[in-house]
Write a protein that binds this ligand. Structure first.
Ligand code: ATP
Ligand code: MG
Length: 429
């Protein structure tokens, strides 16, 4: 195929054989979030570039080098969203959803775009499910966000494969004092820091904590610790969160180097990580961002949220072989009809059956074909039963009913008894 007809590198088609697992995952999450009282919001995929610069921060990896930014025909600078929080806050402010201190528990799902180096678990178009909670300031809601993800891992059967890492970044005042101490310490060891960290020391010093460079990591061993700079308010909040996680029986580890890539976090930050996916081990990450709404022009409004990477969780389900068998079967019954008269009767009959059994997954053969070829298609469809309608059956107003997976004998069923019969043998979702 010529190069111009290929998908963009790092932007993947999700093929029919993969969509059942995606839908299973998405439906599981959607039901869970309904049950916890979260409401879905849908934002546009494109926003003004300014939105992301103002919220995510000018000196973050995302804004510095990962955004898909372009000028539209009006000359406006637009960007494909690299994450969901900024747009969600914009929408909440624009529509007054948090006016008068009103709490909101929101979630969204959809594609995000970042110009990163594509590799396993890292793509240029990827998908997130994100949650954002506004105007609830206590650690109870931080705990709920974590508790519900823990429940999700339980539903998916992957609890053993993920670990919760927690940290507190304090309020912006305590973080400010910590930054001064950290910069002072690191400046004294400047020659031992890698190039990236030297640069970050000037632009975004907390990000140095996140380095993968071994020499810089060695310098960090004796660096000042955020925990020693936490103000009382943040300390109490963090203790409250830990007590709730203990009460819920959720294991966690404190990772004092956890800082997250975005500028807007405060107090709680957390990541769910796995060692089963190689370098791209974070499957879900988030934290509190009490200053963001105000920074974006709203009234002071607390916020806390997280996003999970759907591709990484799908990969994890596949790696751990936690893909439920039943999700790949998408047909219950396959109807084969032979000849024009039988096809017409089959169409009328199948529509009657659908009226009575709206959840039945009934596939009617299309494209005619010999007995052998239709039967092959019935079998390949994964259906549990085949229905067979030829001239002989039509004359008697019956249809052949044939179990395809060794559950009983073939028999003829009267047209008007078909729906009732199918109802007894197909479990309907
Ligand atoms: P990472 O450290 O892996 O780059 P991040 O800190 O940039 O992640 P967030 O912005 O917090 O990630 O996004 C939340 C989640 O979205 C991540 O934990 C991950 O599961 C997923 N994610 C982020 N970037 C990508 C990507 N390029 N491809 C696939 N999934 C991604
Ligand atoms: Mg990243």
């Amino acid at each position: 195929m010529s190069k111009s007809l290929q998908a963009i590198r790092g932007m993947n088609d999700i093929l029919p054989e993969q969509t059942p697992l995606w839908r299973y995952f998405e439906n599981t999450v959607a039901r869970l979030l309904d049950n916890y009282g979260y409401k879905q919001i849908r934002m546009p995929i494109v926003e003004f570039t300014e939105l992301f610069k103002r919220s995510i921060g000018e000196v973050t990896d995302i804004v510095e080098k990962e955004m898909y930014t372009f000028e539209d025909r009006n000359g406006d600078s637009l960007t494909l969203r690299p994450e969901g929080t900024a747009a969600c806050v914009r929408a909440v402010l624009e529509h007054g959803l948090t006016g008068a201190g009103q709490p909101q528990k929101l979630w969204y799902i959809g594609p995000m775009f970042r110009h990163e180096r594509p590799q396993k678990g890292r793509y240029r178009q990827f998908h997130q499910i994100g949650l954002e909670v506004f105007n609830i300031e206590g650690p109870d809601i931080d705990a709920e966000l974590i508790v519900l993800t823990w429940r999700l891992w339980g539903l998916l059967g992957i609890r053993d494969a993920v670990k919760l890492e927690l940290n507190s970044l304090g309020t912006s005042e305590s973080r400010g004092r910590y930054k001064v101490a950290l910069v002072e310490y690191l400046s004294a060891h400047l020659d031992k820091l890698d190039e990236d960290s030297q640069r970050r020391l000037k632009t975004n010093p907390l990000r140095v904590l996140d380095t993968k460079n071994a020499d810089t990591q060695a310098v960090l061993v004796d660096a000042p610790k955020m925990a020693d700079y936490l103000d009382d308010e943040s300390r109490t909040h963090f203790e409250g969160l830990k007590a709730r996680l203990d009460a819920a029986g959720i294991p966690f580890v404190i990772n004092t180097k956890l800082v997250r890539g975005l500028d807007y976090y405060s107090k709680t930050v957390f990541e769910w990580v796995t060692d089963k996916l190689g370098a791209q081990g974070t499957v879900c990450a988030g934290g509190r961002y009490d200053g963001l709404v105000e920074q974006m022009g709203g009234k002071p409004t607390t916020g806390v949220g997280f996003a999970m990477g759907i591709e990484r969780l799908i990969l994890l389900l596949e790696t751990l072989e936690k893909v439920p068998e039943e999700i790949s079967r998408q047909v219950d019954v396959y109807l084969c009809a032979f000849g024009e008269a039988a096809e017409l009767a089959a169409l009328a009959l199948s529509e009657q059956v659908r009226d009575q059994l709206p959840n039945l997954r009934l596939q009617v053969n299309a494209g005619a074909g010999s007995f052998k070829s239709q039967f092959k298609k019935a079998d390949k469809s994964g259906a549990l039963y085949a229905l067979i309608l030829g001239d002989d059956e039509l004359a008697q107003q019956v249809i052949g009913f044939k179990p395809l997976r060794g559950q009983g004998e073939q028999q003829n069923i009267a047209f008007d008894a078909l729906a009732a019969h199918l109802a007894t043998c197909v479990v309907q979702g």
